[in-house]
Design a protein around this ligand. Structure first.
Ligand code: NAD
Ligand code: IPM
Ligand code: MN
Length: 358
C-alpha cells in the first residue's frame, strides 16, 4: 500500500474539466491497487488572481512543497490577457516551476497505433515515432532579466537569454541517462550559429557527452532545421534535449505527430522534492466550459506522476493500457475525431475508469 498526498492545481479554462477526469482515474487506481491517495486542491493562475490578487498564493506553494506530487490542469485565458496588467496567470506557473527547482521537463511524444489516422501527417511518415523531449524548464529566456524603456516609436523592450554551464550539464546528464534506457541516441537542439547562450550550451553539452557518456550516440541540430526534421522524419529521433523556449515551441509542433495537443502529458522534475505533472497544452479558452476537451493528456500525466513520483510502474502502465484500449474501441473527443463522431470530456473519463475496472 502506497500513501501519497497529491496536490491538484486545476487552474483556468478547461483546466478544472480535465483535472477532474484525471483525479477520477487516480482514485480508481487507488481503489484497485489498495493505495491511500489524498487530494487537496489549491489556487493557481487566473482564478488565483481573481480570488487573491496573486497568480501563485503562498498557501499554494506551501501545499505543493509538502505534497508527494502535483497535478496541474492549465492556466491563462483572455480575461487576464491585458499586456499592461501588473501580473498574469502564466507568472504563477513559471514561479512554481522555479520555486520547486523543476528544471527538467519530460515530454514524451508517443504514438498510439489506434490513433495513427488522426494525425495530419501520413502514416508512413509518423510510423515508429517515439521521441522523449527534455526541455530545460527553469532557465533561459523565460527567466532572463527584462526591461522596458523609452516612449513612442523609440520605446524598447528586452529580455535576456542566460544559461550557465551547470544548468546545461544537469539537463544534458538527465537526457543522456534517459537515452541509455531507450535507444541510446541523444540529439541536442540549439541556435549556436547565432546565439551566445547556445554556443555555451553546445560546448557544455559536448563535454558532458564526451566525458561521461561516450557510449551514447550524440548529435546536434539547429532549432530551425529541427522544426523541419520533426515533420519530415520524426521517427529518426530518440531523446532530444533543448532549452526552455525551443522546447516549448518544438513540443507543441511535435504534438501533431500523435494527432493532438490534447494527447500529450509532461512531467517536471527537480533533483529532489515533488514532481509536477501537467498536459503540455493550455487552458483552451475556445472550448472551455463546453465539456468537449480531451482529458487524455492529463490522464496520461497522472500515469507519469505514478511512474516518476510514486515509483508505481504497474499502475502507470495500467492507465496507459486503458487509454490505448478506449482508443481502440473507437472513442474520440472532438480534437482526435477528425470530423467523425465524438464524445464528451466526461464520457472519455468514464471510459478510462471503466476500462481500468475490468
Ligand atoms: P492552448 O494549448 O490552450 O490551445 C491551442 C489549441 O489546442 C486550441 O484550439 C485548443 O482548443 C486546443 N486544445 C488544447 N488542449 C486541448 C484539449 N485538451 N482538448 C482539445 N483541444 C485542445 O493554447 P493557446 O490557445 O495558445 O493558449 C490559451 C491560454 O493557455 C493562454 O493564456 C496560454 O498562456 C495558456 N497556456 C497555458 C499552459 C499551461 O498552463 N501549462 C500551456 C500553454 C498555454
Ligand atoms: C507550457 C506553456 C507555458 C510555457 C506557459 C503557459 C508559461 O506554454 O507549459 O508549455 O511556456 O512554459
Ligand atoms: Mn507551451
Amino acid at each position: 500500500t502506497l500513501k501519497a498526498s497529491i496536490v491538484l492545481l486545476p487552474g483556468d479554462g478547461i483546466g478544472p474539466e480535465i483535472t477532474q477526469q484525471a483525479k477520477r482515474v487516480l482514485e480508481t487506481i487507488g481503489e484497485i491497487f489498495g493505495h491511500e491517495f489524498t487530494y487537496q486542491s489549491h489556487l493557481i493562475g487566473g482564478i488565483a488572481i481573481d480570488e487573491t490578487g496573486d497568480p501563485l498564493p503562498e498557501e499554494t506553494v506551501q501545499a505543493c512543497r509538502h505534497s508527494d506530487a502535483i497535478l496541474l490542469g492549465a492556466v491563462g485565458g483572455p480575461k487576464w490577457d491585458d499586456p499592461s496588467a501588473k501580473t498574469r496567470p502564466e507568472a504563477g506557473l513559471l514561479k512554481i516551476r522555479k520555486e520547486l527547482g523543476l528544471f527538467a521537463n519530460l515530454r514524451p511524444i508517443k504514438l498510439f497505433d489506434q490513433l495513427i489516422d488522426a494525425s495530419p501527417l501520413r502514416r508512413e511518415i509518423i510510423e515508429g515515432t517515439d521521441i522523449l523531449f527534455l526541455r530545460e524548464l527553469t532557465g533561459g529566456i523565460y527567466f532572463g532579466e527584462s526591461s522596458r524603456s523609452g516612449s513612442g516609436v523609440d520605446e524598447t523592450a528586452s529580455q535576456a537569454m542566460v544559461y550557465s554551464v551547470g544548468e546545461v550539464e544537469r539537463i544534458v546528464r538527465l537526457a543522456a541517462q534517459a537515452a541509455k534506457g531507450r535507444d541510446n541516441r541523444l540529439t541536442s537542439v540549439d541556435k549556436a550559429n547565432v546565439l551566445e547562450p547556445s554556443r555555451l550550451w553546445r560546448q557544455a553539452a559536448a563535454r558532458v557527452m564526451a566525458e561521461e557518456f561516450p557510449e551514447v550516440q550524440y548529435d546536434v541540430v539547429l532549432v530551425d532545421a529541427m522544426a523541419m526534421h520533426l515533420i519530415n522524419r520524426p521517427s529518426d529521433f530518440d531523446v532530444v534535449v533543448t532549452g526552455n523556449m525551443f522546447g516549448d515551441i518544438l513540443t507543441d509542433e511535435a504534438s501533431m505527430l500523435p494527432g493532438s495537443l490534447g494527447m500529450l502529458p509532461s512531467a517536471s522534475l527537480g533533483s529532489d522534492g515533488p514532481g509536477l505533472y501537467e498536459p503540455i497544452h493550455g487552458s483552451a479558452p475556445d472550448i472551455a466550459g463546453k465539456g468537449i476537451a480531451n482529458p487524455l493528456a492529463t490522464i496520461l500525466a497522472a500515469a507519469m506522476l505514478l511512474r516518476h513520483s510514486l515509483n508505481a510502474e504497474p499502475e502507470a502502465v495500467a492507465i496507459e493500457t486503458a487509454v490505448g484500449d478506449v482508443l481502440a474501441a473507437g472513442l474520440r473527443t472532438a480534437d482526435i475525431a477528425r470530423g467523425g463522431p465524438s464524445v464528451s470530456t466526461e464520457a472519455m473519463g468514464d471510459a478510462v475508469v471503466n476500462q481500468l475496472k475490468q
